[in-house]
Structure formats: structure tokens, C-alpha cells
Design a protein around this ligand. Sequence first.
Ligand SMILES: Cc1cc2nc3c(=O)[nH]c(=O)nc-3n(C[C@H](O)[C@H](O)[C@H](O)COP(=O)(O)OP(=O)(O)OC[C@H]3O[C@@H](n4cnc5c(N)ncnc54)[C@H](O)[C@@H]3O)c2cc1C
Length: 411
Amino acid sequence: MNPVVAIIGGGPAGLMAADVLSHAGVKVNLYDSMTSVGRKFLMAGKSGLNLTHAENWNLFLSRYAAQEKNLTPMLNSFTADDLRTWARELSVDTFVGSSGKVFPVNMKAAPLLRAWLHRLRGQGVIFHVRHRWIGWDTQGHLLFSHPEGEKVIEADAVVFAIGGGSWARLGSTGQWVQEFQKQGISVYPLKPANCGFDVSFSSHFCERFSGQPIKSIRAKFVDSQGLTFDEMGELVITQSGIEGSLIYQLSALLREEISRKGIAIMYLDLMPNHTFEQLLSKLNQPRAKRSFSTHLKKQLGIDGVKAGLLRETLSKEEMNDLEKICHTLKALPLTLIAPRPIDEAISTAGGVNFDELDEAFMLRHAEGIFCAGEMLDWEAPTGGYLLTACFATGRWAGLGALAWLKNKENK
Ligand SMILES: Cc1cc2nc3c(=O)[nH]c(=O)nc-3n(C[C@H](O)[C@H](O)[C@H](O)COP(=O)(O)OP(=O)(O)OC[C@H]3O[C@@H](n4cnc5c(N)ncnc54)[C@H](O)[C@@H]3O)c2cc1C
């Protein structure tokens, strides 16, 4: 008898599990709550689909921080290069950008998703959209809500790839957490990752500069446990604080510090290519009849949002103190008071505790049920690391389900 596998969730992880299983001839039914699959993947392609990263592999693995060890076998078995080969097999070539990030040549997700779905349908995968998984019945069968009513589904094995909890309008609501916890499965609460933060800025500052980027700066942060971050990059002022790639990289440290201490104080070096002495010497040049703002702009190129930040930080009196200004330009303190809500985050931290999973990503206490993707308890910065781990863990769980079914058949 041919086994049937139910996959719940049609994002990168679920589609990858469907790919390996259907390629091996297993009948796959894939269920998704939305009217079509891969919504978040398509959204990721809107501003340039960053599929993976071409940096040194050990550095790549270190991006998964506390979960590096748990994810290394999956990532070693489906590396950044393997991901690029996989895309090429779907007729999508990739290139390495100047930062090392890897993108499809046309930057979009749609052609890749289209070709992938075509292949999956050809391999016999059946897509059941508008099927929202709502839990298990008393016999352990899967329960779905569907516009025509509730459905009970049986399967020989199940792969959950149901996503995290951000951007709920794209399908992943995180509602599964409660259902898993009801079964006694340990799941860490979902938290915002790669997110913006509220900062103690005046409303005047936010209104004036919201949407404006601050480029070529250095962010420095040391948390209360001594963990240090010191990187160049850029951020953007929002209506209530800051966001952007530099902040996303730091978001895990900042989020945890706020949860411990109530606030997190980070420092911006607005002039990373100048020393304090160089800045002071430039500002000490005679300014004749120029206003101080013009002098700042002419000598240091500080105007617009950078000048706004300086005035937001220093009092009127301090703005007459050149040494104080130079110190502040080199280490401007920002007090972060809260991460932005989970729904606005690029991804989520938290999820199924790795202790619940065996080496094949099967739940230790629920035979035949596998998990993959962002629903697992790992996080990583933006840079292609999120998608790479979703693909790699989806593939791993699919292969795990395949091996488990074969083993069962041979018993
Ligand atoms: C704006 C944005 C840009 C991003 N850009 C990038 C990027 O460039 N590079 C990168 O690496 N990462 C990026 N990401 C992150 C990346 O898209 C996600 O990490 C990845 O899609 C997660 O894959 P997944 O398969 O685990 O979950 P998802 O992609 O979230 O898929 C889960 C699927 O499960 C379905 N589902 C949820 N609940 C149920 C239910 N109860 N019943 C049935 N189906 C359900 C959902 O509809 C969804 O289709 C971006 C994210 C966002 C929001």
C-alpha cells in the first residue's frame, strides 16, 4: 500500500518536504489555510529575494547562534551552494551581491515559486488550500476548518511546516502553538525577531524624520551579560523609533536585554571614519559668521537626520560645547524601550523546543509527526539565513518522514 503524507503549511519548508517525498514516489497532500501557497515567500521577493549568503561556511553556520549545533546537520546536508543549484534546476540563476547576499538574477520569488509548484504538481503533490489546521481529534486525526465545514484527515505521516507568527495576513498566525502545548509538546513563546524598536524619541523628531535612513554608521551594544555587538550598517527612523538591517542583526540581543532590564541602551557612531580628535579639530576651525548648523554641515557633513539626532540628544547648552558634540557624534546613546509587535517583525524567535525532536525532526512523543521551518525554536538575522534554514529543515523533515515510512513498511 502506498503511504500518504500530510504536509501542513505551504511555505518554503513545507514545499521542500513535499518535494523530497513526492520525488521518492510518496503520495503527498499539502494543506494550507490561505487561498494559495507561498505567500510569505512571495512577499520576501518584493524587495529582492535574498535566498542565501555566500560567506565562509563556518561564519554562515555561526549566524544561528544558540541553535548552530542543532541546525548544522541539516545545513551541511543542504548548503548555500546546494540551494543555488536547486534554484538553477528550476531555471532560476542566482548571483552574489556586493555584500555576499545571494539573489535570483531577477530578484523576484514568483518565477521560482511558479516553476517549483509546476514540478511539485508533476510529481503528484495535491494542494488543498483554504484548509486551516485547528488541532487533533480524540483519535489523533488531523482536524481542519474549511469553508464547507470541519474536516478530519488521516495520514501515515505528517510534516508540520506551519511557520512562525509574524505578518499574520500572509497565513502564519502562530495559533498552532496552543494546540501543540495542549498535547504537552514544549513550545517556547513566539517573539519578534528581525524587528524594529520603539525609542524614547520626541514625537516631533519622529514626525520630522520618519522614513529617513541613516547610512554608514556604526552601532555598538554591550548587554548586561557582556555580549557585544559592533557593526557598520544603516538604519531607518520610524514613527516610533528605529528599524533596518543594522537593527535586525542586533534585534535578538536588544529584545532579550529589554525583557531583562526594561530598556536597552545602544550607541551610534555617526562618524565612524573620523576620530574624536579629527572631529574636534574640524569643528575648531573658525566659523566666521556662519550659523553653527552651517558650520556642522560644512566641516563634518552633519545635517538632516544626523543633525536632528544630535539636537534630540543634547540640550541647548550642550550644543555649545564642541567636545560634548564630538563625543556624542562618536557615541550617541539611544534608549530602546520595546520591540515592535510580532506581526510587524520579519520573522519570529521561539517555537518547538529542539528537545522535543529526534535526529530526523520527528516529535519524540508523537510517532510519524515531523516539524520544520520557522516554527522551530531558532532565529537568525536577515541575509538569506532564514530561508536557507527553512529549506534545509523542510528537506530534512521530508527525508526523515521518508525513512520512517520505509522502516515501518519493512517491519
Ligand atoms: C517581508 C518579509 C521579507 C522577508 N525576506 C526574506 C529574505 O529576503 N530572505 C530570507 O531568508 N527570509 C526572508 N523572510 C523570512 C522568510 O520568508 C520566512 O522565514 C520563511 O518564509 C518561513 O518559511 P516557513 O515555510 O517556515 O513558513 P511560512 O513561509 O510562514 O509558511 C507557513 C505556511 O503555513 C500556512 N499555515 C499557517 N498556519 C496554518 C494552519 N493553521 N493551517 C494550515 N496552514 C497554515 C501559512 O499559510 C503558510 O503558507 C522575509 C519575511 C518577511 C515577512
